[in-house]
Design a protein around this ligand. Structure first.
Ligand code: HEM
Length: 485
């Protein structure tokens, strides 16, 4: 009886302490029924479904409570610049730090994110990008050949997700972290195996919802990964990319101890490898389940293959591939679902494109979810659930950039890479990597679905908000080198 009274008192206290009223100038507020927790469970289970439900109820802007925090969700792409361009009132770093701490147990008190970003731009754009692209291409070629020796005559069967993710992860790891070394500690396959386990815990780690048993496993996998990454970038001759070596040096200059450096390296592994493999999977999957799209992309590739010489790697950055680009853009429209989250560090009036104004409270978070709009918005895209490889092509074959909502041309018609100062630094590298990979697979191999009528697998709904989506299950394919009929 006493326990029940105490519980009731606690619930009442939490209701009083966390009660918040909406003022007239603020977005519609939806606290949910459960004190403190609010909508956290529904949000975490399937964010796209939940946000769609809230959109039906409140419109393009609303504030929800989730695990004690108030999050304002904005869904009008015409108004996104008001968030993206205001880094004074809306801060990128604070929420990124919360995630860093939850996922990687990483705190970098003396870190200058601007220096790390400038370093990254130096290495992932311009002349250095070309070097990275060709190193990546070389690793991809070697790894693909190792999967299927040229004299192999029989089909090899594999899940497409595993095939794409493992190859791209290993090639990316060798290009940026592991170098040519071949001792056990830097074996890309063992890093991939551990990373995959870690990846499985990622969303729960970010939300702080791991159960005790899961937490134990997740922490031991993380420890193992930190051991495997210990030598990466440590010395100039560690075999890793110059970027990683400079990144480590920057951390050292900031007074960061070695254990913390490793955690920062793991975070970079996640940022650079976590999305590319899944994106390549969805693209190949959509091509294989849409014969017309596959034919169009293969036709474009075969024209390029004719220009190839033994010295040039396929898919030099300067080659134009509008059909492939459209097929990729369409893939990302359907499967890139990041939250663009900022913390309100000073009160701000948000001016919406339709003339409405809303007050954002200091301490709240603001979240854009471009997956719902523009990407899946039926007002912008006819039959938005369907894969149409040529959606981003004009009739004359040029790139289509004109998309409209409410009669006005959109600046942001897809946003897989974020936007503005905190947009993706690795975008060009990622696109080129995916293009090289898909080119090599489609040009050098016969690839087909094991079940010719197979459909794309469902989406794992718990991953909405965390970049590229991942499938529930896999799509079985078979493949063999092309010259062995
Ligand atoms: C398909 C692959 C990729 C996708 C879909 C993707 C997506 C994104 C998105 C949406 C953001 C913005 C987050 C925000 O505004 O809150 C971002 C940021 C970032 N991405 Fe990527 N990314 C990919 C690949 C890569 C690669 C290969 C690298 C590195 C080589 C990379 C490095 C970064 C970094 C460093 C940032 C943070 C920028 C900052 O601090 O301001 N990404 N990415």
């Amino acid at each position: 009886m006493i326990c029940a009274i105490l519980l009731l008192a606690l619930v009442l206290l939490s209701v009083i302490l966390t009660h918040r009223r909406r003022s007239k100038s603020e977005p519609p507020l939806d606290r949910g029924l459960i004190p403190w927790l609010g909508h956290a469970l529904e949000f975490g289970k399937d964010a796209a479904k939940f946000i769609n439900r809230m959109k039906q109820k409140h419109g393009n802007i609303f504030t929800v409570r989730a695990a004690g925090r108030y999050v304002t969700v904005l869904l009008d792409p015409h108004s996104y610049d008001a968030v993206i361009n205001d880094s004074n009132s809306l801060d990128f770093t604070r929420y990124a730090q919360v995630l860093m701490e939850r996922i990687f147990n990483l705190r970098l008190p003396h870190h200058q994110p601007a220096d790390a970003k400038a370093l990254m731009k130096r290495h992932f754009l311009g002349k250095n990008l070309a070097t990275l692209n060709s190193t990546m291409g070389r690793h991809l070629q070697v790894l693909l050949k190792a999967e299927t020796p040229q004299n192999q005559k029989d089909w090899k069967e594999e899940g497409l997700f595993d095939f794409s993710y493992s190859l791209l992860f290993k090639a990316g790891y060798l290009t940026l972290f592991g170098g040519e070394q071949n001792n056990n500690s830097t074996d890309p396959s063992s890093v991939y195996e551990e990373y995959k386990k870690f990846d499985g815990f990622l969303t729960k780690m970010a939300r702080g919802t791991l159960r005790a048993e899961e937490k134990k496993t997740a922490l031991s996998v993380r420890e193992r990964l930190l051991e495997l990454l210990a030598p990466a970038g440590l010395t100039e001759d560690s075999g890793s990319s110059p970027w990683l070596h400079h990144f480590r040096r920057l951390l050292q200059q900031e007074g960061t101890d070695e254990e913390t450096q490793r955690k920062a390296v793991l975070m970079q592994l996640w940022a650079s490898q976590g999305n590319v493999g899944p994106a390549a999977f969805w693209l190949l999957g959509y091509l294989l389940t849409n014969p017309e799209a596959l034919v169009a992309v293969k036709r474009e590739f075969s024209q390029i293959a004719q220009m190839e010489t033994s010295e040039t790697l396929p898919m030099d950055r300067t080659v134009n591939t509008p059909v492939f680009d459209s097929a990729l853009e369409e893939t990302l429209r359907l499967t890139a679902a990041p939250f663009i989250t900022r913390e309100v560090v000073q009160e701000k009036t948000l001016h919406m494109a339709d003339g409405q104004e809303y007050l954002l409270r200091k301490g709240d978070r603001v979240c854009l979810f471009p997956f719902i709009s523009p990407q899946m918005d039926p007002e912008i895209y006819h039959e938005p659930q369907k894969y149409k490889y040529d959606r981003f092509l004009n009739e004359d074959g040029s790139v289509k950039k004109d998309f409209y909502k409410a009669g006005r041309r959109l600046k942001y018609y897809t946003m897989p890479w974020g936007a503005g100062t905190n947009g993706c630094v690795g975008k060009q590298f990622a696109i080129n990597t995916i293009r090289q990979f898909v080119y090599m697979v489609l040009t050098n191999y016969d690839v087909e679905l094991c079940d010719l009528h197979a459909q794309m697998p469902e989406i794992n709904a718990s991953r909405y908000g965390f970049g590229m989506l991942q499938p529930e299950g896999d799509l079985l394919i078979r493949y063999k080198p092309r010259n062995t009929h």
